[in-house]
Design a binder for this molecule. Structure first.
Ligand code: HEM
Length: 147
């Protein structure tokens, strides 16, 4: 229980960092693309910082998943009842799945943008992948429990 409470606390606070840096990097890339800015060191650092922050949240989330009481509910009653309960389904299926997909989008977007040689395609790649990831994250945050 102490393990669950600690990891849950860290995951809950780290989430603010994730949402903030992802939002900043996404907006920054869209501004870079639309204003035809030159891609520079700050743009690269933002993209990288978002990658690292979300990867850390992914690891914390994975640990949290297996120590949470929700997981106990899954092992005790199985997938059927979990899917019928909207709270259990959110924490055990929808949230982890969408967050993992968001991290995949960020990882793919980051590596693709790095391989582009000029500013416009770099900003364009980041804009597309990070915006999608942001939407995935925002769609499956348990807002009522978090805020
Ligand atoms: C990477 C982006 C992620 C973000 C932004 C995020 C954010 C959050 C937030 C805001 C909460 C609610 C915390 C609260 O109630 O105060 C939460 C809960 C939870 N998350 Fe994540 N999460 C992410 C990834 C993951 C992943 C990958 C997993 C599992 C594989 C996961 C598993 C869980 C579980 C099991 C809970 C509910 C347990 C609890 O804290 O009571 N999360 N998450």
């Amino acid at each position: 229980m102490i393990m669950y409470e600690t990891v849950s606390f860290i995951h809950s606070w780290w989430a603010y960092l994730v949402v903030i840096v992802l939002l900043i990097t996404t907006v920054n890339s869209i501004i870079g693309l639309t204003s035809k800015k030159e891609y520079g060191a700050t743009d690269f650092r933002l993209a990288l910082f978002t990658l690292i922050t979300t990867h850390i949240q992914l690891l914390i989330g994975l640990v949290l998943y297996f120590v949470s009481p929700y997981f106990t509910a899954l092992t005790e009653s199985g997938m059927g009842p979990v899917m019928k309960d909207s709270t259990l389904r959110l924490y055990l299926v929808e949230h982890p799945l969408m967050m993992i997909l968001a991290v995949v989008l960020i990882t793919v977007g980051y590596s693709k943008h790095k391989k582009k040689l000029t500013s416009k395609p770099k900003f364009k790649t980041l804009s597309i992948f990070y915006t999608l990831a942001l939407l995935f994250v925002l769609s499956r945050i348990p807002w009522s429990a978090w805020f």
